[in-house]
Design a protein. Structure first.
Length: 430
């Protein structure tokens, strides 16, 4: 649900221990986490023919559910969208031991296996998959603000947002924009405060993200950019220029961090808490029976470099690659391209690939028109396309997905990309 696109961080913890050789195929796999990435990992294990023991440890007490509807359908889906229905994988059926309400609280790694600490005793296994997801960021001093990352968060927010309520959203990223749109459509008085020069700047860059700014007014949402928050209270927000924004509800939508603090010094972690993993999702610097996937993983990609987690599609498709490598299934590992989708302020967005801060941007279509548009990021001075964003252009979505299905970055003709007379799929250079 929540996107993270930082520059590759540096290692903050102690230097990584040297990797140990794999002790062979595991007979007992422990999965820390019970969200989409964990559910897909267990499903992939069984689909690959793994008949050993699988233990799942989940922090929440409810069965696994889908997170994107928490923001996209905040007000029209009062109950969680269960993953057993959404992706057809039921942890209770697939795993031998599912312990909800039992979070992993510590990890000991040896050359032959692992031991996970929990509030109810230790779990020993031959291999571990770390899929503990992320937690919403709530800066110090913002205790009066709500966050949105769990089903319980959504319930609390939903109960407080009625017609006429005043909502101040801090952050104009993916989640902030989605909540602002659905709340305004339901008659909520919405103001969005963004510290950067425009919306979605960390994900799309200032130039492209700024093209979404007019959507806010069109949806009945007040957008304040270049606005620094200095005080957050239950009844409002104060900005650095002295402006006070009265509120009945304040939502902090300023990102999420990997939920890995419980690992302490057991594994090398990045400054944001993520775990660097290789193409098979093995944690870099740890024995190969230690894997990480989903929000916690910073994955090495031959196509894109280091790819942060935090995206639904990565949690959906990454586990299949992880399991194939963990079990030694023959074949070339898939390099899953980053993919983000969003419904916000009356528009449909799909982002494929990973934009770079120095990339050249070529627009396809007129963002001020009503027929949708597409942005393509090119490596500086090259024909290699690093990312493609489609906005209200379903015809370009399928083409973008196919273009990022190859092992290398697609090479596109910049001149043809600009010309709507040429379908996007026909802009590829041979």
């Amino acid at each position: 649900m929540t996107a993270r696109t930082p520059a590759p961080p540096v290692v903050a913890d102690a230097p990584a221990p040297p990797p140990a050789p794999s002790p062979g195929p595991p007979r007992h796999v422990a999965v820390a986490g019970a969200g989409l990435a964990a559910t897909q990992t267990v499903a992939a294990l069984r689909e690959a023919g793994f008949d050993g023991r699988v233990t799942v440890l989940g922090a929440e007490t409810v069965p696994p559910y889908d997170r994107p509807p928490l923001s996209k359908h905040l007000l029209d889906r009062p109950r969680p969208t269960w993953l057993a229905d959404e992706v057809g994988a039921d942890l209770r059926t697939l795993a031998d031991d599912v312990r909800l309400g039992t979070p992993a609280s510590g990890l000991v790694v040896t050359g032959a296996g692992v031991e996970l600490a929990t509030p109810h005793g230790a779990v020993a296994a031959d291999a571990v998959v770390l899929a503990t997801g992320a937690a919403a960021v709530r800066p110090a001093g913002w205790s009066a603000a709500l966050t949105l990352h769990t089903a319980d968060d959504a319930r609390v927010l939903r109960e407080r947002l009625g017609p006429g309520a005043r909502l101040v959203v801090i952050g104009a990223g993916w989640i902030g924009a989605e909540v602002a749109g659905v709340a305004a459509a339901a008659g909520v008085d919405v103001t969005v405060v963004e510290a950067a020069a425009g919306p979605l700047g960390s994900a799309l860059g200032t130039a492209v993200g700024g093209l979404t700014a007019p959507w806010y007014a069109a949806a009945g949402v007040r957008l304040l950019c270049d606005a620094q928050v200095v005080d957050v209270r239950a009844d409002g927000v104060t900005l650095a220029d002295g402006q006070v924004l009265p509120a009945d509800v304040v939502l902090a939508a300023v990102g999420a961090r990997p939920a890995t603090a419980w690992l302490a010094g057991a594994l090398p972690r990045e400054t944001d808490g993520s775990l660097r993993v290789d193409e098979g999702f093995a944690v870099v610097g740890a024995p190969r029976h230690v894997r990480a996937v989903g929000d916690v993983a910073l994955r090495r990609s031959a196509r894109h470099g280091w790819v942060p987690g935090g995206h639904w599609d990565g949690a959906l498709r990454g586990p299949e690659v992880l399991v194939a490598d963990l079990l030694g299934v023959a074949g070339v590992l898939a390099d899953v391209a980053p993919y983000v989708f969003s419904t916000q302020l009356g528009h449909e967005l799909a982002l494929f690939g990973q934009p770079g801060p120095d990339d050249d941007v070529v627009l396809r279509g007129d963002p001020s028109g009503g027929d949708g548009w597409t942005a393509v990021w090119f490596r500086p001075g090259a024909d290699d396309a690093a990312a493609i964003l489609t906005v209200d252009r379903p015809r370009d979505v399928g083409a973008a997905r196919r273009l990022f299905g190859a092992r290398d970055l697609p090479r596109l003709d910049r001149r043809l990309v600009r010309d709507l007379a040429h379908p996007l799929r026909e802009t590829a250079l041979t």
